[in-house]
Design a protein around this ligand. Structure first.
Ligand SMILES: C[S@@+](CC[C@H](N)C(=O)[O-])C[C@H]1O[C@@H](n2cnc3c(N)ncnc32)[C@H](O)[C@@H]1O
Ligand SMILES: [Zn+2]
Length: 338
């Protein structure tokens, strides 16, 4: 257990204020124990989740929960500096048009449902989706606790039900459903988990899954999506950030990215894609954040980066170029297919 998840006498109410629960309370029905796969419930003091097999997971004071199998391990996702750089860059709005395209792609026939953002980082894109579709609930899943902290802040705390409601022995699932009607969007919850492991989510719970610049685990995506559920994938094209890649020695997009995506979408149906490409004007601080938030951060010396950035025009025109691909999980086999 990390210090983040240490309980205190006030539990989750520390970050959400008296009489408030983290947005996590509204998605508990979709979660699964990472150890045994059974459903989880919110404890009466809203400080932890407990599964029907007795495994417990403390809710961090920032409102997220870690559902990593076996607790912490060597893989950690993005570190604090990368997450801070990502947050700062995204808040500048350079990728807002990607977020708009994702929100458009999520357009769903069902007004209610759950959207899961896998490797969702700071929750920037998921928040945009939930603001466009306010009756959807969202779960940001990321391996980085630093990303989860920021994502959890985006979720509106929900009002604590009247004391007698809890005393009535209502199931926590019912409480979650009731709470979700009390507060406006975004109903965004944050969970720390590894997308390469079985996801701590019930089978068939997601109306939509987002995968934006992140790793994709095809069998788990298919398991968690409802039949006919929607997957929205954002991948960079070879032109993405092209004005920065060469001069700054950044890691470029490899030629086989689209080929790999096609293989990962095997088994999905009704694929379609849209390209989103535009130029944005970045300050030198934006450029540094764009480098430091990605894989190039591990390969760049800070002084050398500063020297190279100083040689760029300020501001510098940068191409943003991505493909937004939408695909659907197959519908349940019809009766005549057995
Ligand atoms: C390039 S960032 C994309 C984040 C977010 N989708 C966005 O575009 O802002 C990749 C994210 O994947 C997370 N990540 C890396 N490996 C992961 C894993 N095995 N499971 C879950 N998340 C992971 C990192 O912590 C990071 O937040
Ligand atoms: Zn369990």
């Amino acid at each position: 257990m990390t210090s983040d998840t240490a309980r205190d006498p006030h539990g989750a109410a520390r970050s959400t204020g008296p009489g408030r629960l983290p947005a996590l309370a509204t998605v508990v029905d979709a979660l699964a124990c990472p150890v045994c796969g059974l459903p989880v419930e919110l404890d009466a003091d809203a400080a932890a989740l407990t599964c029907h097999g007795g495994h417990g997971f403390d809710i961090a004071k920032q409102g997220y929960v870690s559902l990593l199998r076996g607790g912490g391990n060597a893989t950690t996702g993005d570190n604090a500096e990368m997450v801070a750089a990502r947050d700062a860059l995204l808040e500048r709005g350079h990728y807002a048009r990607i977020a708009d395209a994702v929100a458009d792609a999520v357009e769903t026939a069902k007004p209610q449902g759950l959207v899961v953002d896998l490797a969702g980082g700071t929750g920037y894109y998921l928040e945009r989706v939930l603001r466009s579709h306010p009756r959807l609930r969202g779960i940001d899943v990321d391996l980085s606790k630093f990303a989860a902290r920021r994502a959890a802040r985006r979720g509106a705390p929900v009002a604590l039900p009247q004391p007698q409601t809890l005393a009535d022995n209502q199931t926590q699932t019912a409480v979650g459903a009731q709470l979700s009607t009390l507060d406006p969007a975004p109903t965004l919850a944050a969970v720390v988990a590894d997308v390469w492991q079985p996801l701590p989510l019930q089978t068939g719970v997601a109306a939509a899954i987002l995968s934006i610049f992140g790793p994709r685990n095809r069998p788990e995506i298919l398991r968690v999506l409802q039949p006919g559920g929607r997957l929205v994938v954002v991948t960079p094209t070879a032109r993405h950030l092209r004005e920065l890649i060469g001069p700054l020695g950044m890691i470029g997009v490899d030629d086989r990215k689209q080929e790999r995506l096609a293989a990962q979408l095997d088994g999905f149906v009704d694929l379609s894609s849209t390209s989103v490409e535009y130029e944005t004007s970045m300050s030198h601080a934006d450029v540094v954040n764009d480098v430091l938030m990605g894989p190039s951060a591990h390969h760049v010396d800070a002084d050398r980066l500063a020297a190279r950035v100083a040689e760029l025009p300020d501001p510098v025109a940068v191409t943003v170029s991505v493909t937004v691909t939408t695909a659907f999980a197959p519908r349940e086999p019809s009766a005549d297919q057995g």
